[in-house]
Design a protein around this ligand. Structure first.
Ligand SMILES: [Zn+2]
Length: 370
C-alpha cells in the first residue's frame, strides 16, 4: 500500500494515496480540512467554559488525523479513542499516533456501533465523520455521550437531505426533504431534527451550537443535556417548513398542510428543527485560526443576530422576473427600513431577514427603478 506523509494543523500523518471511494478505505479527505479546523475551534470555545478534561471518541477515524489533532491542539482533550473498523486504517492510525508522539490516544478497530455500545455515558465529545450518512450511528452515540457532553456530526449524503432523493431521506431520517432555493438549510434542519428526536428517546436534550453547510457536507455541533425537560424543549422546536412554489413564500409551522395567501397549497419539508442554527454566545467565543475561518465566523456572528428566514436572492429575482442584485445592497436597504438582515453562511446569494417577502421584492424593484 502506497502512503505519503502530509501536514495539517499541528499533526503530521501518513495517508493512503489511493482514490477515495465508498468502497475503498477513506483514510484522508483533504476537503474536510475546514471541517476539522472549525471542529477544533469549537472544542476550544467549549473549553473556555469548563476546566473539565475531555474524553473524546473519533468514531470513524480513517488515518487518525482528527483525533490526533484534537489531542495536539485542544489542551483539555487528554484521552482520545481513535477507531476504524478497517484493519488497514487501524494500522495507519497506530503508525500516525507513534509518529506524532501523542499521549492519551487509544486505537481500536471495531464496528462503530459495537464500540459505542461498549461505552455508555462515557464520552465528553463524540465526532462522527462518515462517508455518507451518520444515521446508523446516532442511537448508540446518544447512549455513549455523557451529560453536558458534545456531538459533532457530519453528513455527506446531501442528495437525500437536500431533496434530490426524498424517499431516501424519509427512510433514513424519517422526514420529507424538499428541493428549493433554501434546500441546504432545510437539509441541515432535517439532520438536526433527527439528532434531537434520536437523543430524546434517551431523555437527552440536544442544543445546537453551530450547524452549517459546506460544499460537500453538513456539520452539526451541539451540546447534550441528560434532562427530560431539555429533551422536551428540544422536541418542541420541531416543525415543518412550508414553501409556496408559486410566490416563493416560506414559513415554519407545526402543521404540514396549509394554503398560501396566493391560493396555492404549500409544499412542505420535515419534521425538522425550526430554532436557531447558530448559538449567539457560542459563536462569539470561537477564535478563528486563519483568514478563511475568520471570514466565515464573521458572517456567522452577524447571522446569529437575525431571527428570520433564509432567502436566495437570485431565486427570488428569477421567480419575479427581476434583475438580480448584490446581497450587501439588499441587506443594507432592509436594515435602513428597520428590519434585521444579514448575509448568510449558507453562502451563494443567500440572506437571512425578518422582512416579509413582499418587502424584499419592493426593495429589489426600488433598486431597478434607480
Ligand atoms: Zn404563494
Amino acid at each position: 500500500m502506497q502512503t505519503k506523509q502530509i501536514h495539517e494543523g499541528a499533526a503530521k500523518v501518513h495517508i493512503y494515496e489511493g482514490k477515495i471511494t465508498k468502497k475503498d478505505p477513506v483514510f484522508f479527505n483533504p476537503e474536510m480540512k475546514f471541517n476539522r479546523d472549525i471542529s477544533i475551534a469549537c472544542l476550544k470555545a467549549v473549553q473556555m467554559r469548563t476546566d473539565e478534561k475531555m474524553i473524546i471518541c473519533d468514531l470513524l477515524s480513517g488515518c487518525g488525523i482528527r483525533g490526533i489533532r484534537y489531542l495536539l491542539e485542544v489542551p483539555s482533550v487528554d484521552y482520545a479513542l481513535l477507531n476504524d473498523a478497517n484493519p488497514t486504517a487501524f494500522k495507519i492510525i497506530k503508525k500516525n499516533v507513534e509518529l506524532n508522539k501523542v499521549t492519551g490516544a487509544v486505537c481500536e478497530h471495531l464496528e462503530g456501533n459495537i464500540l459505542l455500545s461498549m461505552h455508555n455515558n462515557k464520552f465528553n465529545f463524540i465526532d462522527i465523520d462518515p462517508f455518507g450518512s451518520p444515521a446508523p450511528f446516532l442511537d448508540n452515540a446518544a447512549r455513549a455521550v455523557r451529560h453536558n457532553g458534545l456531538l459533532g456530526i457530519t453528513a455527506t449524503d446531501l442528495g437525500p437531505l437536500a431533496g434530490t432523493y426524498p424517499k431516501t431521506c424519509l427512510r433514513r431520517y424519517g422526514a420529507m426533504s424538499l428541493k428549493t432555493d433554501v434546500m441546504h438549510e432545510t437539509g441541515v434542519r432535517i439532520l438536526t431534527g433527527h439528532i434531537i428526536r434520536t437523543l430524546s428517546k434517551y431523555d437527552k436534550g440536544f442544543l445546537p451550537l453551530l450547524c452549517f453547510c459546506s460544499r460537500h457536507y453538513y456539520r452539526i455541533f451541539g451540546k447534550v443535556k441528560k434532562s427530560r425537560s431539555c429533551a422536551d424543549n428540544a422536541v418542541a422546536a420541531l416543525g415543518y417548513l412550508l414553501y409556496c412554489r408559486k410566490c416563493g413564500k416560506r414559513k415554519y409551522s407545526l402543521f404540514n398542510k396549509e394554503l398560501c395567501a396566493c391560493g396555492r397549497e404549500y409544499d412542505y419539508a420535515g419534521p425538522l428543527y425550526t430554532g436557531s442554527l447558530i448559538d449567539i454566545d457560542f459563536v462569539q467565543m470561537i477564535e478563528p485560526m486563519d483568514s478563511k475561518m475568520e471570514k466565515f465566523v464573521d458572517i456567522l456572528r452577524e447571522e446569529s443576530k437575525v431571527d428570520g428566514l433564509l432567502y436566495d436572492i437570485h431565486e427570488i429575482c428569477s421567480l419575479n422576473k427581476l434583475d438580480t442584485l448584490k446581497r450587501d445592497y439588499l441587506v443594507t436597504h432592509l436594515k435602513e427600513k428597520g428590519y434585521s438582515a444579514s448575509e448568510s453562511a449558507f453562502g451563494g446569494h443567500t440572506i437571512r431577514t425578518d422582512a416579509p417577502l413582499n418587502t424584499i421584492i419592493k426593495c429589489i424593484k426600488k433598486k431597478e427603478s434607480i
